[in-house]
Design a protein around this ligand. Structure first.
Ligand code: SF4
Length: 370
């Protein structure tokens, strides 16, 4: 997660809740993606340190547990940069240029310059972040699936370039028939050919069932997170940059004020007009944070104009504040002792470093950089 500071409800519903669930099912790694932050925001790093602290304090407050999951700071592990560099040697430029978010963001982001090498290469940095831990699964939303797919392709290509390729029994039999050679000579001949073959040749041998590669990296799968739609106060997707977010740390009166300004069903102009909760962002919040009785009541009484928007928002604020209270309570000890967050990150970074160093020893040996 990029260190963007205090987290909002969209971050919670879109990612964090899922991470908390997964930490009981998998050996999980989560990191502060501060280098990724630089790919789109290199001009202003003044708040990076504080933003990192605020974000990780929110992780802890939401129940991410350093005794179950490992969390660390990306930039403290130069191994990630080294693996990114090695991947950049084998990855065709066209693979990066065709990543859907690349073109889309180049066209859409106008307020700061992202026409940089770092921005083009960030999916490759992601591939390094994932493959460093030989991850089997990456919890992502639908929009990130192409990035996981690219990671799989990079792993495949790297394995092809530097993994050990051995002839299959079929290949040996074929060679013996063709050259009337004995088994040892056939094996030696094919190995020699494999060693000098191009990546395309090697891919062809694997496709034809003539060779088997011992992979350095597994090909990870996307673990799809289906997050419910979470609108911000203006009805658009909740985002810090839109200024429409409700933060996990917002005090009850701030939550109430933000909800009071929230857009509703635009067709409901007067109190007496019946509304349609299905098109109302406030009802989206109810569906996620309110109890069933309230959801049923709003769903019914909005359509008949029995409940007004002011009362409906008051109910929503009540449920939301009740939901946020324990999160804010869990955050307080870290606010009283900020060093604890850094200590947790330091310990997690140490754990991650041991894995990263082991991977890089293996990688350097495979590339013959020893
Ligand atoms: S009553 Fe509630 S759900 Fe209906 S339009 Fe107003 S705010 Fe939306």
């Amino acid at each position: 997660m990029r260190p963007t500071g205090k987290l909002h409800l969209g971050n919670l519903v879109g990612a964090l809740q899922n991470w908390v669930k997964l930490q009981d099912e998998y050996e999980s790694y989560h990191f502060v993606a501060d280098w990724h932050m630089l790919t789109t925001g290199y001009e202003n790093t003044l708040d990076l340190r504080q933003d990192t602290w605020e974000m990780v304090a929110d992780w802890l407050a939401c129940g991410l547990d350093p005794n179950k999951a490992t969390f660390f700071i990306q930039s403290r592990l130069p191994e990630h940069a080294e693996l990114h560099l090695l991947f950049s040697m084998v990855t065709p430029l066209a693979w990066l240029e065709r990543v859907p978010t690349y073109k889309e963001q180049l066209e859409n982001i106008r307020d700061h310059d992202i026409n940089t090498y770092g921005f083009l290469g960030y999916p490759l940095l992601q591939a390094a972040d994932i493959l460093m831990y030989k991850a089997n699964y990456v919890p992502v939303g639908e929009d990130q699936v192409p990035h996981v797919e690219l990671t799989r392709e990079v792993a495949r290509r790297f394995n092809l370039a530097y993994g050990q390729i051995e002839p299959t029994p079929d290949a040996v039999r074929l060679r013996m028939t063709r050259d009337s050679s004995d088994q040892a000579a056939a094996l030696a001949g094919i190995r020699q050919e494999f060693r000098s073959g191009s990546l395309d040749d090697r891919a062809g041998w694997l496709n034809d069932g003539l060779g088997k590669v011992s992979p350095i990296f597994p090909e990870p799968d996307a673990l799809l997170t289906s997050a419910p739609r979470l609108p911000g106060t203006d009805g658009r997707k909740m985002s810090k940059s839109y200024g429409n977010a409700i933060f996990l740390t917002d005090e009850p009166n701030v939550v109430s004020q933000k909800l009071a300004t929230m857009l509703t069903d635009p067709a409901r102009k007067r109190r007496s007009d019946p509304g349609n909760p299905d098109v109302c962002p406030v009802f989206d919040l109810h569906k996620i944070f309110s109890v069933h009785e309230t959801i049923d009541r709003v769903n019914r009484e909005c359509r008949t104009a029995e409940i007004g928007c002011v009362e409906c928002k008051r109910l929503s604020a009540g449920h939301l504040n009740a939901f946020l209270a324990p999160i804010q309570e869990r955050r307080k000890p870290y606010e009283r002792n900020p060093q604890e967050v850094w200590d947790i990150l330091e310990a997690g970074t140490g754990k991650a470093r041991a894995v990263a160093q082991a991977t890089m020893r293996e990688v350097r040996a495979a590339v013959k950089l020893t």
